[in-house]
Design a protein around this ligand. Structure first.
Ligand SMILES: [Zn+2]
Length: 353
């Protein structure tokens, strides 16, 4: 295909798995056959959509995309940072209570499972250092400074990405949903600036070749068909976003009210060595897009972004939080199929020109 297309990551979990997790917690050995079946089925259905790149649907990220790596750590408390969603609910992360900071698990263990079943390339999503930095409390932890924490955090994150690359991830996607949220939390832009700087400290540790396999995902959040920062103007985020030293960007766009304006901002600020995957289907919209709609959105994007730097994606994962049942698996795969078919239609038209 002339225009590459990739998913973001999560697929709604089977209801039996969600029930079992709520009954037994996510780590109980009794869940193993359910996880295994969920991963096998997800990969089979993903491949059936024709998607040239797939994921494991994050079936084993049993809390969410944000804190999968730290759940179960003994040096944490439950009363951490709150993510407020438009629908009125909040999601909460863990608070760090002491050092040293180490991941409980790294995403490359998920990749091991996925690669056992997959016949096509698999990408792996990991959480950004800036998201996890919100675990450190406002008041300094005695004996474990914020600087020591950031040092440990960057090391853990780097190791996680290196493991994924080594094991053969087609791409490693750093989830950066808190980028747009940062502008809402701190309209002066200072928090966003710190986030970009922190993530660049990690990205700078990789070679140019590695960075062509590393991407960054931005979105206004997606949980129970609701967002946390869709009201923040993209113009506040995008210029800083493309300062990140990554080769790929996965930018939610289908759900934006003025896509052309966003495309113009992207065009102005993207760098020559960056590929921009624009969102052409919206997971939080219950309606399934048609391939023709996706084709038209892709052609619209191609009017602004050079074809050799363009790709398509989903606006976000279909269930970033594991207990989110607002979208069915059937709907998620139907939307992915529309993305693949529509991108192919656009590729043919662009290829003929
Ligand atoms: Zn997202």
């Amino acid at each position: 295909m002339l225009i590459p297309t990739e998913p973001i990551g999560s697929i709604p979990r089977p209801l039996e798995l969600i029930d079992a997790v709520s009954k037994h917690g996510g780590d109980d050995a009794v869940l193993e056959p359910l996880y295994d079946e969920a991963i096998r089925d997800t990969i089979e259905r993903f491949e059936a959509t024709g998607s040239p790149v797939i994921t494991d649907g994050e079936q084993r990220k049993y809390h969410n995309f944000w804190t999968y790596c730290v759940h179960g750590l003994p040096n944490t408390a439950p009363d951490g940072f709150k993510i407020p969603f438009e629908a009125g609910h909040t999601r909460r992360m863990l608070r760090l209570t002491g050092g040293p900071f180490r991941y409980q698990r790294r995403a490359d263990v998920y990749l091991d499972d996925a690669l056992r079943y997959a016949k096509v390339p698999v990408k792996q999503a990991v959480i950004s250092p800036s998201a996890l930095s919100l675990m450190y409390p406002a008041d300094e932890i005695p004996g474990y400074s914020r600087e020591e924490f950031l040092h440990d955090l960057l090391d853990e994150h780097e190791t996680e990405i290196r493991n994924c690359l080594q094991k053969g991830a087609f791409k490693v996607q750093v989830d950066f949903t808190e980028g747009r949220l940062a502008v809402k939390l701190d309209p002066t832009g200072e928090l966003l600036r710190r986030f970009i700087e922190m993530n660049n400290m990690a990205l700078s540790r990789f070679s140019t070749e590695d960075r062509q396999r590393i991407g960054v995902h931005t979105c206004p959040g997606g949980d129970r068909d609701s967002t946390h920062s869709a009201d923040v103007d993209y113009a506040e985020l995008l210029p800083s976003l493309f300062e990140l030293k990554a080769g790929n960007f996965y930018v939610s766009l289908a759900g934006e009210s003025d896509r052309v304006r966003v495309l113009k901002i992207i065009r102005e600020h993207m760098k020559p060595d960056q590929r921009i995957f624009v969102g052409v289907v919206a997971p939080i919209d219950p309606r399934i897009e048609t391939p023709e709609e996706v084709r038209d959105r892709t052609l619209e994007a191609a009017e602004h972004i050079p074809i050799e730097q363009l790709g398509t994606t989903d606006d976000c994962g279909f269930a970033p939080f594991c207990d989110d049942t607002s979208t069915s698996r059937d709907t998620a795969f139907a939307k992915i199929q529309a993305r693949v078919e529509g991108t192919e239609l656009a590729s043919r038209i662009l290829g003929d020109n």
